[in-house]
Design a protein around this ligand. Structure first.
Ligand code: C2O
Ligand code: CU
Ligand code: CU
Length: 492
C-alpha cells in the first residue's frame, strides 16, 4: 500500500515536472523550425561561442608514457539543446559525448571502467586494432560488465587518427541515450593546428510533446533505422564555436547516429579532406560536401577564410537511405531540405595563418582486388518479413567467415537490398579498392566502416594482421541489434 502510494505520488510529480519542462521547451528554438532560416540570424542566441578546441580526460599517471583514465557510465539527464533534459539519458563521466580520450601512437592505454548503470555493458573501441579480449564482443557474448562492476580495458595503440568508443550491448538504445565519446591519437610529425576540434554528430528522436526519447522499438524503425528530430554537434543542437580569420582548424567528425547519414557543408568555406577512419590520407583532396555514414570518421582542414564578425553554419543536407525509385517511402523528421548543425562565429581579429600541413602517412595501397578472396557477403532485406540479413541469416546464425592472418585478402560486400548499409568490421583495417567495377573516386586510406549503397558491390582488401574472432555488422544500430551481424575468424 505504502509503495503503491509512493509510486503514485512520484509518478504524478514527474508528470507535473515534465509538463513544466515541456512548457519551457516551447520557448527554446525548435531545430526543425530553423530550416531555411537566413544565414547567421538565428544562431547562438542563448550562448556565447565556445573556444575552439577540446579538453581531454585526465591522465592519472602522466609520467609513465601511457594514458590511464577513469571512466564511469551512469544515468545522467542531459539537455540536447531543447531546454528539456533527457530523463533516460546515460553518459560517460556525466558528459555527452563522453570526454575525449587523447593519446599518442604507441601508448599503452588503461581505462578503469565502472558500470554505474542498471544494465549490463561492454565497451568497444571502434576502429582500433586491440585484442579480442578488449574489443567488447567477448564481453557482449557472455561476460558483460554488470551493474556495479568494474573492468580494466588495456591495450597498446597501433593506430593513429580519430576514433570513438561506445557501448556494444543494446546499442540502438544505449548509444541513443548518450554513451559515446571521441578518441584522438596523435602520430609522430603531427603539429598542433591553430585549433583541433573533434565533433561527434548525433541525432535523437524526441517525442514532440514530452521532448523525451521516443520508444525505440517500432517494427518500422527496426527496418528503416531511427532518424532523429534533433541534430546535435557534441551533444547539443545549439553549439557555436569562436573563430578568428586566418586560423586553421582540424575538424574531426564522427557519425554516432543510430541510422542517419550526414551530408555536410560549411557555408562559404571549403574542406580539405585529410583523413578518414584510419588516420591521415596519403593524398588529401578538396570538397565542398562530405558524407558520413554511421560509424565513419573524417578529418577536414578548414581555413578560416570568412569575414571577421560574421557567422557561418555547418549545414546538413537530407540523405536518402533508400534508393530513389524504390518501393519504400522514407520519412525524415528533419524534412527534405538542409538543417543547421552548429555555427562558427568570427571575432573581429585576423591571424596571419599558420600554414599548417598534415603529416603524410605511409599508407600502402592496393590498386584493385588481390587474388585471394576471403569472402563474398550478401546483404538482403525482406520488406514483407521485416528483416535484414547477412548471407541469408541473422546473428548468431550467420555462418562464420574463416580466413588466414597476415595474408592480403579481398572481401566483397554485395548489397542486394534497396537501402544503404554502413558495413563495419572489427579488429582489422581495410581499403576500398572497387565500387561496382570502378575504383573509388577518392582513395580513403584505411577504413573500418564502408557505405554499401543499394544494389552495389563494394570490394575491400586487408592485410589481416590482427588474428582473432571478430564481429562485423551493419552500423545502423537498429539493424545490428536485430541481427545484421556475423563473426569472422582470422586464424593463425
Ligand atoms: Cu562502432 Cu561494432 O561498432
Ligand atoms: Cu568497431
Ligand atoms: Cu543495415
Amino acid at each position: 500500500m505504502r509503495t503503491a502510494l509512493w509510486l503514485w505520488l512520484s509518478l504524478s510529480l514527474s508528470l507535473l515536472l515534465s509538463a513544466a519542462a515541456c512548457d519551457a521547451g516551447l520557448d527554446t528554438r525548435d531545430p526543425v523550425g530553423d530550416v531555411g532560416g537566413d544565414s547567421g540570424d538565428d544562431t547562438g542566441a542563448n550562448a556565447l561561442p565556445e573556444a575552439c578546441g577540446y579538453t581531454p580526460m585526465t591522465d592519472l599517471d602522466p609520467a609513465d608514457g601511457g594514458v590511464e583514465v577513469d571512466l564511469r557510465a551512469s544515468a545522467f539527464a542531459w539537455d540536447p539543446g531543447t531546454g528539456v533534459p533527457i530523463a533516460a539519458g546515460l553518459a560517460f563521466n556525466e558528459s555527452v559525448p563522453g570526454p575525449v580520450l587523447e593519446a599518442n601512437l604507441g601508448d599503452r592505454v588503461r581505462v578503469h571502467f565502472t558500470n554505474d548503470t542498471t544494465i549490463d555493458m561492454s565497451l568497444h573501441w571502434h576502429g582500433l586494432r586491440v585484442s579480442p579480449e578488449m574489443d567488447g564482443i567477448q564481453q557482449m557474448l557472455g561476460d558483460p560488465v554488470s551493474p556495479g562492476e568494474s573492468f580494466e580495458y588495456e591495450f597498446t595503440l597501433v593506430d593513429g587518427g580519430f576514433y570513438w568508443f561506445h557501448t556494444h550491448m543494446n546499442t540502438a538504445t544505449t548509444i541513443e541515450a548518450g554513451l559515446y565519446a571521441p578518441i584522438i591519437i596523435h602520430v609522430p610529425g603531427e603539429v598542433a593546428p591553430d585549433c583541433d576540434l573533434p565533433v561527434v554528430l548525433d541525432d535523437v528522436l524526441l517525442d514532440e510533446d514530452t521532448q523525451q526519447l521516443a520508444p525505440p522499438d517500432t517494427d518500422m524503425m527496426q527496418l528503416m533505422g531511427r532518424l532523429g528530430t534533433v541534430l546535435m554537434a557534441n551533444g547539443r543542437s545549439d553549439r557555436s564555436i569562436g573563430w578568428t580569420a586566418g586560423q586553421t582548424t582540424l575538424l574531426r567528425l564522427v557519425n554516432a547516429s543510430n541510422a542517419r547519414y550526414w551530408d555536410l557543408r560549411l557555408e562559404d568555406h571549403e574542406f580539405t579532406v585529410v583523413g578518414s577512419d584510419g588516420g591521415f590520407l596519403a593524398e588529401p583532396y578538396t570538397a565542398d560536401h562530405v558524407v558520413l555514414a554511421p560509424g565513419e570518421r573524417t578529418m577536414l582542414v578548414v581555413e578560416a577564410t570568412g569575414t571577421p564578425g560574421a557567422t557561418y553554419r555547418l549545414m546538413n543536407r537530407r540523405f536518402q537511405l533508400h534508393e530513389e525509385d524504390g518501393d519504400m517511402i522514407e520519412y525524415d523528421p528533419m524534412g527534405e531540405g538542409e538543417n543547421p548543425v552548429m555555427s562558427f562565429v568570427y571575432d573581429d581579429q585576423a591571424l596571419a595563418g599558420s600554414g599548417w600541413t598534415q603529416p603524410t602517412p605511409d599508407v600502402p595501397s592496393w590498386t584493385g582486388a588481390v587474388p585471394n578472396l576471403g569472402h563474398h557477403w550478401l546483404l538482403e532485406e525482406d520488406m514483407m518479413g521485416g528483416t535484414v540479413t547477412i548471407d541469408g541469416a541473422s546473428f548468431p546464425d550467420v555462418p562464420m567467415v574463416e580466413v588466414m592472418t597476415s595474408v592480403d585478402t579481398t572481401f566483397e560486400i554485395e548489397n542486394a537490398s534497396e537501402m544503404h548499409h554502413p558495413f563495419h568490421i572489427h579488429g582489422n583495417r581495410f581499403q576500398v579498392v572497387d565500387v561496382d567495377g570502378a575504383p573509388p573516386a577518392q582513395a580513403q586510406g584505411w577504413k573500418d566502416t564502408f557505405d554499401i549503397p543499394p544494389r552495389t558491390t563494394v570490394t575491400i582488401v586487408s592485410e589481416l594482421d590482427n588474428p582473432g574472432e571478430w564481429m562485423y555488422h551493419c552500423h545502423i544500430l537498429e539493424h545490428a541489434d536485430e541481427g545484421m551481424a556475423g563473426m569472422m575468424m582470422v586464424g593463425m
